[in-house]
Design a protein around this ligand. Sequence first.
Ligand SMILES: [Zn+2]
Length: 242
Amino acid sequence: MTTHLTSLKELQKLDVDIVAARRIVATFDPQIEVIEEPALALESEVTRLRSRLQEVELDERRVELSADEKRARSKKLDERLTTVRNVREEAAVHAEIDMVRRSLEGAEQEALTLLDQIRRMEERLEESQKALEVAQAEVEPKRDELVEQREAAKTELAELESRRDAFASGIDARERDTYESILAGGRTVAVADVTEDGACGNCFSVIPLQLQNQILHGEEMIRCEGCGVILAPPEAEGSAAG
Ligand SMILES: [Zn+2]
């Protein structure tokens, strides 16, 4: 058999292996994503609870401040009661005191409700944080294992690629170009053996006898008229060379 076809067939084997190795590398990221999903969901839950808690805490502080102001105002009004000059003035101050106190009661009630809400939110946040820690601890070893496997697969791929490059550089440039131009269209087969009954091993169209003879002699590269692959003589298994 001619050397160039053996080389091209060897190159094709390496390319098939590279495609398979790339496919293996690509399987890891989706697996890692699935594993990380529960922890990521808990993480965003914790973030959401934390910012909601902050909002309610701000609200509560605002209500406390407003209650403080009302208390101060109520105190001032109590003082003014001692300086009123007549019954009408006294009645007016009393009316205002009543109003401020009712408003203060409302603010105090609101503050209590918010404090209660804050307490419950803190409990929930703590629960979520604990669940997150558990999930992260569970994810870590699985994730590390997959990352390790992915890196090993990448190393294997890189080795295959460099072996392929070294091998390809040893092949006649014109033959290599033909081979690569066939694959450039997204095909995976560029070289095919002729079958025992004289057909193309890729598309199975029958090859004229004269071309079959040329392929057997291997003096030049013959391409299938049907599909364009480079044709190689049938694998001469066990048959004597002659
Ligand atoms: Zn063909």
